[in-house]
Design a protein around this ligand. Structure first.
Ligand code: PEP
Ligand code: MN
Length: 354
């Protein structure tokens, strides 16, 4: 990873750098962080002569060679300085809530609009709503592109950023064209490396957030971080990591809750962790508990299915969505816990430097 002296290289400097790299069959990918743009080396970066020649360029501060399969996502990466925002708030400064329906019902758009206003009123920072839906059964409602207009209307009326899942390249193109603020990669596509690559490329150099769910079959933490590395190494460092439960499920829950991996993730990466309690436990009566547990474990944000009339909803909403009343109670309680956890983290950091 090449770190320039200034915030960003100019065209002439970029040309000189690329010339050196080309001599060694390498290229670079710019990744625009908040403090500076860094340049990931594409190709064999262990070539000593190449590294020496790059370090000899007077506009280069240094080269970090991090021995990790996820060198950009690694906590030691220069991107650890990168700040990611939900609207005007930085992740880490406040507990971020992304709330809204599982699925936008094209036949009943009023529910989505009412839900959007209600979650804003409850204190949510962003709205979620599925335009396209990955459904286990091919006979279930699969979503419709036209629902994006309902999502955009909710954004316009509330002024809050919006999140929706994309499952294929065409969805990414439509979402990017409409400047959707946050694109979700669901659990089923979390290991779809060509989609991860494309989403990184199409959103490179934008503020677009990518909410990457953990695959329900995902084994190791490294696999999760490598999936995120595909997005970042293609130009978009605004990645949020989302544990959402894995299989096999605990009997009675939808999945096996995995918010407990948050401290492990935080030790290995700088990316914000946004936990999804809704898909993890799968029932509205359990989700507030799972949300609070996630905050205790270190979550920076919560993405939670919410509906003004869950029983009139479609997709997961009748089972999983909490009501705005519950959200109104949950947000301040979760924020109070977030504040206490932060104080506790500072205490631990001071008392136990290792
Ligand atoms: C969803 O967020 O509605 C969803 C389908 O999520 P997941 O990919 O985690 O199942
Ligand atoms: Mn859902």
């Amino acid at each position: 990873m090449i770190i320039p002296k200034q915030k960003k290289l100019d065209d002439q400097q970029l040309k000189s750098l690329k010339k050196v790299l080309a001599d060694f069959n390498c290229d670079i990918q710019a990744v625009g962080g908040t403090t500076r743009t860094i340049y990931a080396i594409l190709g064999d970066e262990r070539q000593e002569l190449m590294l020496n020649r790059i370090e000899g360029l007077d506009f280069i501060a240094r080269i970090d060679t991090i021995q990790s399969p996820y060198k950009l996502m690694d906590r030691k990466s220069e991107l650890a300085m990168h700040k990611i925002k939900a609207g005007s708030i930085n992740f880490g400064d406040d507990l971020i809530f992304i709330a809204g329906q599982c699925t936008i019902d094209i036949d009943n758009p009023q529910y989505f609009i009412e839900t959007a206003h209600a979650v804003k009123e409850a204190g949510a920072h962003a709205i979620r709503g599925g335009v396209w839906k990955p459904r286990t059964s091919p006979y279930s409602y699969q979503g419709e592109s036209k629902s994006i207009d309902i999502l955009l209307r909710a954004r316009e009326e509330t002024g809050l950023p919006v999140n929706t899942e994309v499952m294929e390249y065409r969805h990414v193109e439509i979402a990017v064209k409409n400047k959707i603020d946050s694109l979700q990669i669901g659990t089923r596509n979390a290991l779809n490396y060509s989609l991860l690559t494309k989403i990184g490329k199409l959103t490179a150099d934008t503020q677009t957030l990518i909410l990457l769910k953990r695959s329900m079959h995902m084994g190791s933490i490294a696999e999760f971080l490598c999936a995120a590395e595909y997005i970042v190494s293609n130009g978009n460092p605004n990645v949020l990591l989302c544990p959402r439960g894995t299989l096999p499920a605990i009997e009675g829950y939808r999945n096996y809750p995995d918010e407990c991996i948050t401290p492990l993730l935080k030790q290995k990466t700088w990316a914000p962790i946004v936990v999804d309690p809704s898909h993890s436990v799968g029932k509205a009566i359990y989700t507030p508990h799972a949300a609070l547990a996630a905050v205790a474990y270190g979550a920076d944000g919560i993405v939670i299915e919410t509906h003004v009339k869950p029983l009139n909803g479609i997709g997961d909403d009748p089972k999983q969505a909490i009501t705005p009343d519950v959200l109104t109670k949950l947000i301040p309680d979760a924020k109070a816990l977030f504040t206490r956890r932060k104080a506790y983290e500072s205490y631990l950091a001071d008392s136990n430097p290792s």
